[in-house]
Design a binder for this molecule. Structure first.
Ligand code: ZN
Length: 320
C-alpha cells in the first residue's frame, strides 16, 4: 500500500502522532530522559497535549518529538509529515515558497522546516563506496558564488593548483559515485589536490577502479586504487574503451547536471553555509531513486528514520 497526501496522518494530529510513534518506537514508547521502557503510560484527559507520555521511573513527561528535528517546533506534526512527503516525492526538490503556500505556514517557518528535513536526509558514518570489481567515478563541479575567498589554513605552504577558468569565485563540490550504486558529494572550500585526495581515499574502497577526467587534481590516484582510468575532455574524449573497461565519468556529470538544474529551478537562493544540506537532499534522492526500486512512501519513511538525533540548533533568524 502506498501513501498519498489524503491519508489520515497528513491531516489529523492524533493520527500523525500514531504514525510517527509506530516508526520511531517500533517496540513501544521509550523515555528520552532515562531510556526507560517499562513504567510509561500515556497521559489522558482533555487538557493533555496529544501524544504526551509520562515515565514513572524518572517522573518526566515526554512526546515522540523529544530529541528529533520536530522538537521545540510549534508546527503541527501532520504538517511536518506533509512537508516530508512533498520533499521525498518531488524530483527537483520543493522551494520554501511553495511549502509556505501549500502548508499555510509563514515563509520563515517553511524555510526552517525544509532545512530540518534536509538535515534528516543527511547520511552519516557510511562505509566506503565501491569495492572489488566496482567502478567509482569522481569529478568536481562549481556552483554559485563563494562567500569567502580567504585562504584556508590547510592551504598554507602547499602549492596552489590553478583552477579551471571561470571557477575562481565559485563554490567547489566534489562528487563520488559508484556505478549502479550510491553518490556522495562534498562542499570543499578549495578543490585542490590535497583536499580532493583525502576525500577520495577516505570514501572509496581501495579495491575499486577510479575513473576521472584528466584533471591534475586526481594525478597519482592510481597508487591508491586497483586502477585509475582517465578521459581527456580537453581533447574531446568522453569515453574510452580499454580492455573490457568503459572509462568515462558521465554518471557523476549527470548527477551534477540534475543538481544544478534543481538548484536553478527550485532553490534560487542558497547561502554557502547551507550548500552541504542541499547536496544532502540531492544525494538522498539519488540514493533512493526509482531505478533502485524505492517509491515515494519508502523515501518518506527513510527521512523519518533520520529525524532522530538531528536537532538543528541555529536560530531561525539566521535564515539565508
Ligand atoms: Zn524516564
Amino acid at each position: 500500500m502506498s501513501s498519498v497526501l489524503s491519508d489520515r496522518q497528513f491531516h489529523d494530529e492524533a493520527a500523525a502522532y500514531r504514525w510517527v510513534e509506530a516508526r520511531i518506537w517500533p517496540n513501544g514508547p521509550v523515555c528520552p530522559h532515562c531510556g526507560g521502557t517499562d513504567r510509561i503510560s500515556k497521559m489522558q484527559g482533555k487538557s493533555t497535549r496529544i501524544g504526551t507520555y509520562k515515565c514513572y521511573q524518572c517522573r518526566a513527561p515526554f512526546t515522540v518529538k523529544v530529541g528529533t528535528v520536530f522538537e521545540a517546533s510549534h508546527v503541527k506534526l501532520h504538517l511536518w509529515l506533509q512537508a516530508i512527503f512533498l520533499m521525498a516525492s518531488s524530483k527537483k526538490g520543493i522551494s520554501s515558497n511553495q511549502l509556505h503556500r501549500t502548508l499555510g505556514v509563514t515563509l520563515k517557518t517553511a524555510w526552517f522546516i525544509s532545512h530540518r528535513i534536509r538535515e534528516a536526509m543527511r547520511e552519516g558514518n557510511l562505509g566506503p563506496l565501491g569495492g572489488n570489481g566496482k567502478i567509482v567515478e569522481a569529478d568536481e563541479a562549481y556552483y554559485g558564488k563563494a562567500s569567502d575567498q580567504s585562504p584556508s589554513a590547510q592551504r598554507k605552504g602547499r602549492p596552489l593548483l590553478k583552477r579551471k577558468p571561470g571557477t575562481s569565485n565559485k563554490r567547489a563540490i566534489l562528487g563520488l559515485v559508484e556505478r549502479g550504486g550510491s553518490v556522495r558529494t562534498f562542499h570543499v572550500i578549495q578543490a585542490n589536490q590535497h583536499n580532493v585526495a583525502s576525500l577520495v581515499t577516505a570514501n572509496v574502497a581501495r579495491e575499486s577502479k577510479l575513473y576521472t577526467d584528466e584533471s591534475r587534481l586526481y594525478s597519482g590516484m592510481g597508487n591508491h586504487f586497483a586502477g585509475h582510468g582517465t578521459t581527456k575532455h580537453a581533447a574531446g574524449e568522453y569515453v574510452r574503451y580499454e580492455g573490457g573497461d568503459v572509462i568515462h565519468s558521465n554518471t557523476i556529470e549527470n548527477y551534477f547536471s540534475v543538481f544544478k538544474r534543481g538548484m536553478r529551478g527550485t532553490y534560487q537562493h542558497c547561502a554557502e553555509k547551507h550548500l552541504h544540506r542541499y547536496l544532502a537532499e540531492f544525494d538522498f534522492r539519488y540514493n533512493r531513486r526509482v531505478a533502485l526500486g524505492v517509491n515515494d512512501e519508502a523515501r518518506a519513511a527513510s527521512i523519518l528514520s533520520g529525524v532522530v538525533g538531528k536537532r538543528l540548533t541555529y536560530e531561525t533568524t539566521s535564515a539565508r
